[in-house]
Design a protein. Structure first.
Length: 98
């Protein structure tokens, strides 16, 4: 589960060995996708009830473009975090090296 405040983003990232399913439950945002680290190849405006699959190796980011918190969740295959992992803030998540 993730919550992004207005203007916040997940951060430009990739997962080389796993596919990711993301579902936006509440809010407005922008999904960015790229084949390489230095370029956004696609950008999509997204909102409540959108779901997207990010294939392994695809660079991606979700940006909250709305005025309210954006709420989404993510599923990985295979799992990317140890069972019971909780990051209360984005800073905590970025500091966690697994």
């Amino acid at each position: 589960l993730m919550g992004l405040k207005p203007g916040e983003d997940i951060g430009w990232e990739t997962h080389g060995n796993l596919d990711q399913f993301l579902r936006l439950e509440q809010g407005q945002g922008r999904l960015e996708l790229g084949k390489t680290e230095d370029r956004v190849d696609e950008s999509h405006e997204v909102s409540d009830d959108w779901a997207f699959i990010v294939p392994a190796g695809m660079w991606h980011n979700v940006v909250n473009t709305g005025e309210l918190d954006l709420k989404l969740y993510s599923l990985y295959s295979p799992p990317d975090h140890a069972e019971g992992t909780v990051h209360a803030t984005k800073a905590d998540a970025e500091a966690d090296e697994h």
